[in-house]
Design a protein around this ligand. Structure first.
Ligand SMILES: Cc1cc2nc3c(=O)[nH]c(=O)nc-3n(C[C@H](O)[C@H](O)[C@H](O)COP(=O)(O)O)c2cc1C
Length: 527
């Protein structure tokens, strides 16, 4: 918590984020383990042979995928005793909770092997350890870092349909990244700013691994937004779990759990159109409802919408991140998904790859998703036994990725502030006015040693392109009055403010400077 509050201090020094891309009580129904015969197939042994190697000098060549194996989920042998299917209505359900054991092993073979077809360009979530969607913490450099360390799939941060609709898709000629941009607000435009990047992907490094997450409360808007990105990603995921007021007040995120008809309509509209048009899958990320009966009823409806995957964040909406995730309903959710042939991914307090496999084994779910542990340390994706790197190494890799893809400075600082241990002296120094990649590289000592010179020249170049440091001539502190007037008279809220944090606003004045030589692919070649 102290760490987080330190962030707010770091972030309070950053320019206002002008675009909003927003970014239980389960009862455990146990199965006598003696009744389940499990043929153990250790997924780690299958992973080890294809594991990537981390070069101590952070050359950013992407490793071969850590999941050459299509599905590393342990197999099961059907148990001798089959559990009869229980026909449940809400009244019966409560009484039945304690007697149904959700024993997946007891399902008939034809159910065990049932699979909603994965579209040609889509991805199967089975056997995968994946990076969770995270506003701010899941921007492109963080996703590339996770992939470098072996994440099997990465989710983009929630992007709200409204903010995507109306954007222009363009390929950045320097980086090869695809960017969905919109013109800057009037006040930013005057200051000479370039277009706002709403969503950015790296089509080569993220190929076949990127799931786009949408924030929506309307089936038609969801479809319109999804169509803008669907050709460039491997899946569309609907956020039905964000509990923050900025999401729920618009009927999005966790609010959809209370309007299941709407959530079903959104998913059906997406599966009906996106799957045939783009040949990728549609999935949903939900939280637990207050009772297993409610969760069961919802999941039974969701799996019939044509989705290929369902992620369950094992917390209820009122639960805070610091509260331990609960697993009481997990076996049941996995069971219902298995019956329907939908891949079930567990999320909430998954510590690392090995922990993900343990949960998949124990609760018979298909994949595992990691958020906060990965936000702090990408080593969580490495196979067990593979040597871990120190924070200095992966912080350097992150900065390098950030420069390569021309990531916004404020986001790079934020992402770094999650990675750099709070006890390090440099952590405090980062909270100071570090306004350019050149300064950042120096501050972190990345200008020294092998590859230091290259980091320095990449930083200079990125600064020039993004108009930072010496290319950003003047920043004027505005008074309170000025703050109110910013944004065409309308106060625009940053994500910090939406989270109730205080944000110091700054006016950015950029004067005309020679634009960086745009020799295509120059930075990309440095990678
Ligand atoms: C910084 C941050 C941003 C998040 N943004 C999103 C988001 O955009 N969409 C979403 O579905 N969940 C979001 N979450 C929730 C995570 O995806 C995940 O469900 C939650 O953190 C629980 O996983 P964990 O216990 O591994 O942290 C966010 C979490 C964090 C910490």
């Amino acid at each position: 918590m102290a760490f987080r509050s330190f962030h707010s201090r770091i972030l309070s020094r950053l320019p206002t984020i002008s675009v909003l891309t927003v970014a239980a009580f389960g009862r455990r129904v146990t199965t006598p383990t003696t009744a389940i015969a499990i043929r153990t197939l250790n997924p780690l042994s299958t992973m080890a042979s294809t594991a990537m190697a981390i070069d101590p000098v952070p050359e950013i060549a992407m490793p071969p995928t850590a999941t050459a194996e299509p599905a590393a989920v342990p197999e099961e042998t059907p148990a001798a005793a089959k559990v009869p299917k229980v026909q449940r209505n809400p009244e019966e359900a409560a009484a039945a909770e304690s007697t149904v054991n959700w024993n997946i092993s007891a399902l008939p073979e034809e159910v065990l092997t049932r699979r909603v077809p994965i579209p040609l360009r889509g991805v199967d979530y089975r056997g995968k350890i994946v990076l969770a969607p995270m506003v701010r913490s899941g921007e492109l450099p963080a996703r590339l870092l996770a992939l470098k360390y072996g994440a099997d799939l990465v989710w983009g941060p929630e992007t709200v349909d409204h903010s995507l609709i109306g954007t222009t898709r363009r390929v950045n000629p320097r980086t090869g990244c695809i960017e969905w941009t919109r013109p800057p607000s009037q006040s930013h435009n005057k200051a000479g700013h370039e277009e706002n990047v709403i969503f950015r992907i790296d089509p080569s490094r993220e190929e076949g691994k990127l799931v786009f997450q949408i924030g929506t409360s309307d089936p038609d808007r969801a479809l319109a937004a999804a169509r803008l990105v669907a050709a460039d990603v491997s899946g569309i995921d609907v956020n039905a779990g964000c509990p923050k007021p900025f999401s729920t007040s618009g009927g999005m995120g966790a609010a959809l759990l209370k309007t299941p008809d709407k959530l079903v309509a959104i998913l059906e509209n997406l599966t009906r159109h996106i799957i045939p048009e783009f040949q990728i899958g549609v999935s949903v990320k939900i939280r637990l409802l207050e009772t297993p009966t409610q969760t069961e009823a919802l999941v039974r409806r969701l799996v019939k919408t044509g989705i290929t995957g369902l992620t369950i964040h094992c917390r209820t909406t009122p639960m805070r991140p610091r509260e331990r995730a609960i697993r009481g309903q997990l076996r049941m959710i996995g069971y219902i998904c298995r019956e329907a042939g939908v891949a079930c991914v567990v999320n909430g307090d998954v510590a690392d790859r090995a922990d993900g496999y343990r949960l998949m084994n124990e609760f018979k779910v298909d994949g595992a998703m990691i958020a906060t542990a990965a936000e702090k340390n990408p080593n969580v994706f490495l196979p067990e036994g593979q040597e871990r790197t120190q924070w200095g190494t992966y912080a350097r890799e992150l900065v390098r990725f950030a420069m390569v893809v021309e990531n916004k400075m404020s986001n790079t600082k934020f992402t770094l502030s999650q990675i750099v241990p709070g006890r390090e002296p440099v952590y405090k120094r980062m909270a100071g006015p570090v306004r350019s990649y050149s300064e950042l590289v120096r501050l972190l000592g990345f200008d020294e040693g092998e590859g230091g010179g290259e980091m320095v020249s990449m930083a200079r170049r990125t600064d020039e392109i993004l108009k930072l440091g010496e290319w950003e001539v003047k920043r004027e502190q505005k008074g309170k009055k000025g703050q109110q007037q910013q944004g065409n008279g309308k106060k625009r809220k940053s994500e910090d403010e939406l989270e109730g944090k205080e944000v110091k606003r700054e006016k950015v004045v950029v004067v005309e400077q020679p634009v960086a030589q745009q020799d295509a692919g120059a930075l990309a070649q440095a990678v």
